[in-house]
Design a protein around this ligand. Structure first.
Ligand SMILES: NC(=O)c1ccc[n+]([C@@H]2O[C@H](COP(=O)([O-])OP(=O)(O)OC[C@H]3O[C@@H](n4cnc5c(N)ncnc54)[C@H](O)[C@@H]3O)[C@@H](O)[C@H]2O)c1
Ligand SMILES: [Fe+2]
Length: 434
């Protein structure tokens, strides 16, 4: 099968892609139905996960009220760490184990939804912490079976954690971000109510928007699924299959929505922008949940893990951090300049969807055009100027490269082979853009 030349078959490559569609409910007012949904999923004693700031906001009150009005027993865990770590995952898991719950509801951003997934997992199937963590850092032991039901209610729009079987954390002793990846940890239902976004600080909106953009753009420009070696059995086909016709559809529309709305939504938001942004995040989540990300995300784990003295406005100030969306987008222009020649037309189409003026441009320059378009929008929305803007210098190039080179799964999902030297050059190119 070949819808486009990009998916032409390769000897030994896969000829099948699978579609893992998350179950989603979208629309204003949907948080008010969570109690009903929880009951339908068989919950009676529910653990509600959130972080200390979201705990003070309206969405959590709406969800708890909806659960209680359906006569469900509710306990709130409001100690989720923003940008979670192995330590905070373990604390969340302890709460889950001790509370003897039969269901989970998460209300918050990626940090909260991921902590809830991990807590559900380790309380259902306790084991050594590194067992379920991605190889080579962890042992990538398959999740033994189904977890307890989980309803994920995002209050941000970038991570699409409500759509994915992924939970990301910072492994403190290695100063590196890594994760747990399994279809088993995906939430049973994602409830997306765009009204929750109106309290997001401007830079958090910008970081989320560029995370969505990069999920979508990395999925479109990923290695085609037909060029990934065919799995030995259907059960061994990875979640991150590479670019495929289904994820292409969702991702191009996500880029279009972000390109149309992100600058306005950061600087002078209109109420209707929030619906578009949340829908874009969900679409990109469906896309990267099936296709997988590549280099900007692979590099981001080192950028976040090795943080020195960066502490941006809008996030908690009790520790330094390079928030996820920022740690990704500072790499993206350098990456797309490099990967452009591998699939120029895909980069060119992404630039068009992002709003670039393509008059008198050539398709073969797609990577450079896309990079310029992103850079213009980063400047308009207050994103830092590359790696130097988040506290790094050329003295950090080796450390950044070594940490990222371990992210083999992501690097291999890119459209071209990348050596250690290439990776170092990418970090160097991402140091300063303007
Ligand atoms: N599981 C996945 O598939 C996946 C994908 C990408 C990223 N991630 C992970 O998700 C995490 C980042 O998640 P995020 O970007 O959604 O943000 P977040 O959960 O880290 O929250 C960012 C900040 O915004 C605040 N906040 C959240 N919602 C708010 C609201 N409605 N109003 C006001 N403040 C609000 C939080 O309290 C926090 O201070 C990272 O750990 C990242 O690695 C996971
Ligand atoms: Fe991301």
């Amino acid at each position: 099968m070949s819808f486009s030349a990009y998916f032409s078959n390769k000897p030994g490559g896969d000829s099948i892609f699978s579609v893992e569609a998350p179950k989603i409910k979208f629309g204003r007012g949907s948080l008010g139905e969570v109690g009903d949904d929880a009951k339908a999923l068989g919950m009676s004693r529910v653990a509600v996960y959130t972080d200390p700031r979201v705990a003070q906001q309206e969405p959590i009150a709406k969800v708890v009220e909806s659960l209680k009005s359906n006569r469900l027993e509710v306990e709130v865990y409001d100690q989720v760490a923003v940008e979670p770590t192995d330590i905070s995952f373990k604390q969340g898991s302890l709460f889950a184990s001790e509370g003897k719950f039969d269901g989970f509801v998460s209300v918050g951003g990626g940090s909260v939804m991921d902590t809830c997934k991990a807590s559900n997992l380790y309380s259902c199937y306790p084991t050594d912490f590194l067992d379920y963590v991605n190889a080579p850092i962890g042992r990538a032991v398959p999740v033994p079976g189904k977890l307890k039901p989980h309803i994920a209610c995002p209050t941000t729009f970038g991570t699409a954690s409500e759509c994915t079987g992924i939970a990301i954390f910072d492994l403190l002793e290695m100063e590196a971000k890594t994760g747990i990846v399994s279809p088993m940890i995906r939430a049973d239902l994602g409830v997306l109510d765009p009204s929750v976004l109106s309290s997001l600080p401007p830079l958090v909106r910008a970081a989320n928007g560029f995370d969505v953009f990069s999920h979508a753009c990395e999925s479109i420009t990923a290695r085609p699924y037909t060029h990934r070696p065919a799995p030995e059995s259907s059960q061994k086909r990875p979640l991150s299959q590479g670019a495929n016709p289904y994820s292409d559809l969702a991702c191009l529309e996500a880029i279009n929505l972000i390109g149309t709305h992100i600058v306005q939504a950061v600087n002078d938001p209109l109420e209707e922008s929030y619906d578009a942004l949340m829908f874009a995040g969900m679409l990109a989540g469906i896309g990267f949940g099936n296709a997988g990300c590549h280099l900007p995300h692979g590099m981001s784990y080192a950028v976040a893990g090795l943080v020195k003295d960066y502490s941006p406005e809008g996030w908690p100030t009790d520790h330094n951090m390079v928030p996820h969306g920022i740690s990704v987008i500072v790499n993206s222009p350098a990456v797309f300049r490099k990967t452009g020649p591998a699939c120029a037309e895909r980069h060119w189409k992404a630039a068009a969807a992002m709003g670039a003026d393509l008059t008198d441009t050539k398709v073969e320059d797609g990577g450079d055009i896309l990079a310029e378009q992103i850079l213009g929008m980063m400047r308009e929305t207050g994103i830092p100027n590359g790696l130097s803007g988040v506290g790094y210098s050329i003295d950090d190039l080796d450390a950044l490269t070594d940490r990222s080179y371990a992210q083999k799964r992501l690097i291999d999902n890119g459209p071209m082979p990348i050596s250690r030297e290439d990776l170092k050059e990418l970090f160097s190119d991402a140091m300063n853009y303007w």
